[in-house]
Design a protein around this ligand. Sequence first.
Ligand code: BGC
Length: 388
Amino acid sequence: MYSIAFFVAIILFASCKETKKEEGMKEDTAPKSETTVETNLKESDFDTEIDGKPVKLYWLKNGDLQMAMTNYGGRIVGLWTPDKNGKMTDVVIGRGSTQAYVDGPEAYFGATVGRVGNRIAKGKFKIEGKEYSIKPNNNANALHGGENGFQDKVWEANQPNDYTLELQYVSPDGEEGFPGELDAKVTYSLIDDHTLKIKYEATTDKTTVVNLTNHSYFNLNGEGSGTILDHKMQIFADKFTPVDEGLIPIGELRAVEGTPFDFTSPHTIGERIDADNEQIKFGGGYDHNYVLGSKRENAMNHAAKVIGDKSGIVMDVYTKEPGVQFYTGNFMSAKNSLKSGARDDKRTAFCLETQHFPDAPNQPDFPSIELKPGDTYHTVTEYTFSVK
Ligand code: BGC
């Protein structure tokens, strides 16, 4: 009896591993060792209730990769990985309490962004001939799912083991103006090879639009360690989507070659960030979507490699998404206090938001973000940390 159960378990384990390999992903395995991090974070500063739902601070660990999250906005509060001297370094900037996130003014620190990440021109779009309208919250346009996007929602959290957090949010039909009840599930896990894997899934009961991402602001030298201008950046994209003054794509895929947007070979972020270039001026620096080459459908593409100049921490980003928004914190202006006591000074963090292209619902030549009843939205992004 025991041996039959044992063999069944082996077969199940083997077939499960094969599925993961087919998807080209790394295997989830249990943590190997424990390393403590120095932090001011206190669970009691996160414990509260919003809209009658419990909000908490959660810790995820896999050896010396560790992460703090809150289910308020599905946020990464901090992410610790060893630097070149083995010192645990917090590479995602975050705040010290739930109340600080509620108060803002920055809404998106570390957040799970949706229902539609990035901009929709004038907040208007059509689905199956019917016009929908999202209230503009970024000048004339809608940004990151409207005024009260997923970053403001309390996600239902389940922690099946100490390296995984499953989050679920059911967005009602009509929320922020989007059609259909959207059942969104996002799983954050720290898997082997120092990798944070984020798996996004969603279903709907009416045709809708979906573009989920994570809006972590990274500083690979550590939160509060100055600007990110000397970080070395490489983005594996030979085109980007140029924008108008309101940061809405003009519909063109433009070659990066010969422009300050060319990161196909490594450059420091700061080298050309203030270049005399119309696109740079519109963004106040980099705030643009890069077009990632897809070798095959559903493949994980290597989107970017970033190196912290002081820490030697390397972050590689892989994604199934066709684009990535490279944002260099141009609008940061020391208005928010961070968990380390530092403030969010201009360009002290960068974002790499994996995504479908901005304004996709109004751009017929961009990959579609429509989701129909019966279909499942499914995408994965991984961030792998190492040192150089
Ligand atoms: C946008 C920026 C915006 C930031 C807000 C980014 O995704 O591209 O323009 O200021 O989000 O945090």
